[in-house]
Design a protein around this ligand. Structure first.
Ligand code: GLU
Length: 486
């Protein structure tokens, strides 16, 4: 049975790269009717927080990558038979594993101080050797080490790197055969002196005990894999299959970072991107559909996903493409659904828009093609908000023109003579013509006062689009407000 996992560290927001790792792990599990596990790697006590965990899980849920096992997004409680799923709650498990290695002589207590280690590193650098620790405590019998510990001395538990001449190799799902000379690493720390385990140690124990079969993760973890393979061997655990995903670059081909703009899922979510579009977009960062499809639903991704099509070359995060994709998804949504997604954005911007579904539908037919993100809709709808009308300072000059008052009065009169709740585009153009003829005003003197009477300023959105979306009685109220200022 295929078991994949996503193992976020709750030390920040969910990064788009993290989301991609989660997506691929999720797709692989779904495709093979396996299980997708969510494990929390929170052994970095200082940087981890419950709040980041909650936010990351909520973003994953929003994206739709729901785990079968692990820490659950809403309750933050464990689900599944291999818990606890937070590393901070598994310390006794790590301790037992460390004790086992110590007893077998595969690990040892190392009493080197930071200063001593630093000196060793500097010396190695000077001699042009790799900066590896050579500990005088490597062969110290366990009993003696324990005596030192009981005298209050501090020690880390170091793994005894087995055979310095052997080569370690494995077949990576993305990059094929990867070979490491084992002298690439020196004896490495498993437990810090306070007893806190380090990432490589926990990761191996958890992946093994949680029966993970496929580990898909970022390329930056490739160098950790050597240490992890040594630990798998020492514990006698079966190696999972690893796939190290290509790095993601910004458009300038530098590693994607804050400098490039939004990098967290949270930012894209707040900027009005749809989860379907983000999923589609990140799926194609390092993977391609066998039939070169660009727009793929989550269902199609599950059907088509395979590790064979993962690309080891760096992927470029093209924000313009993401925006384009977002617009495609947004425009394909049924209006009712699109409205439901827009509502929280309108509410946050303080807009009060008609609850009438027919109006919502009509307005979306007008604006849908001019928005690429949900946030884009706010400025289009702002003039339609029911209590948003103010007369802006930019209108002052128009208000001083001698013809303005009569134009707006006539505009109001013509509106009042219309019988429908809304006036159509054609009716609006007729009304405008009538005002023009009666008031003998044309050009700026006609259009600007009418515009001020509708949106409170002499510039802005096209009126023939806007007017049919504003109730006639609201248009009259707005005209009255403007007239009161003249
Ligand atoms: N907690 C690690 C990270 O956030 C996960 C590494 C792994 O997948 O093995 O990068």
């Amino acid at each position: 049975m295929v078991r994949t996992r996503f193992a976020p560290s709750p030390t920040g927001y969910l990064h788009v790269g993290g989301a991609r790792t989660a997506l691929y792990s999720y797709l692989y599990a779904r495709k093979h009717n396996g299980k997708f596990v969510l494990r929390v790697e929170d052994t970095d006590e200082e940087r981890s927080s419950e709040e980041f965990l909650r936010l990351q899980l909520s973003d994953l849920k929003w994206l739709g990558y729901i785990s079968d096992e692990g820490v659950e997004a809403d309750t933050l409680k464990d689900i599944g038979p291999y818990g606890p799923y937070r590393q901070s709650e598994r310390l006794s498990i790590y301790r037992e594993h460390a004790d086992k290695l110590l007893k077998e002589g595969r690990a040892y207590y190392c009493f080197l101080t930071d200063v001593e280690i630093d000196l060793q590193r500097k010396e190695a650098q000077r001699m042009g050797r790799p900066p590896q620790v050579s500990s005088p405590y490597r062969e110290l019998p366990l009993k003696e080490a324990e005596k030192k510990l009981s005298n209050g001395e501090k020690a880390v538990v170091r793994f005894k790197v087995p055979d310095l001449t052997r080569e370690f190799s494995f077949v990576d799902l993305v990059r094929g055969e990867v070979k490491f000379p084992s002298d690439m690493v020196g004896d490495f720390v498993c437990l810090r002196s306070g007893g806190m385990p380090v990432y490589n140690f926990c990761c191996v124990i958890d992946d093994a005990l949680m029966k993970i079969t496929h580990v898909l993760r970022a390329e930056e973890h490739l160098s950790n894999t050597l240490r992890q393979m040594m630990l798998y061997e020492a514990f006698g655990y079966e190696l999972p299959q690893f796939g190290h995903l290509s790095i993601i670059l910004g458009s300038d081909r530098q590693k994607l970072s804050k400098r490039h703009g939004a990098t967290s899922v949270k930012e894209y979510r707040e900027n009005g991107y749809l989860p379907e579009a983000i999923t589609n977009f990140i799926a194609l960062l390092g993977w391609s559909s066998p039939n070169a499809q660009e727009i793929l639903s989550q269902k199609e991704l599950v059907e088509q996903f395979s590790t064979e099509r993962l690309n080891s070359a760096a992927a470029v995060f093209d924000e313009a493409k993401l925006k384009w994709m977002n617009a495609q998804y947004l425009r394909a949504l049924p209006h009712q659904e699109l409205w439901a997604r827009l509502e929280p954005f309108f509410a946050r911007a303080g807009l009060k828009l008609p609850q009438d579904p027919a109006w919502q539908d009509r307005s979306l037919s007008v604006y849908k093609t001019s928005i690429e993100t949900l946030v884009d809709a706010i400025e289009h709808y702002r003039p339609l908000s029911q209590d948003a009308f103010i007369v802006y300072e930019e209108a002052n000059e128009v208000l001083k023109w001698p013809t303005t008052k009569i134009v707006i009065e006539e505009w109001k009169r013509q509106l009042a003579s219309q019988s429908d709740q809304y006036i159509s585009e054609a009716q609006f153009l007729t009304v405008q013509d009538t005002v023009k003829n009666i008031c003998k005003a044309k050009g700026k003197e006609l259009f600007m006062p009418i515009r001020v009477a509708i949106v409170g300023k002499p510039h802005g959105a096209e009126l023939k689009i806007l007017v049919p979306l504003i109730e006639k009685k609201t248009l009259i109220e707005r005209a009255d407000i403007v007239l009161s200022k003249i």
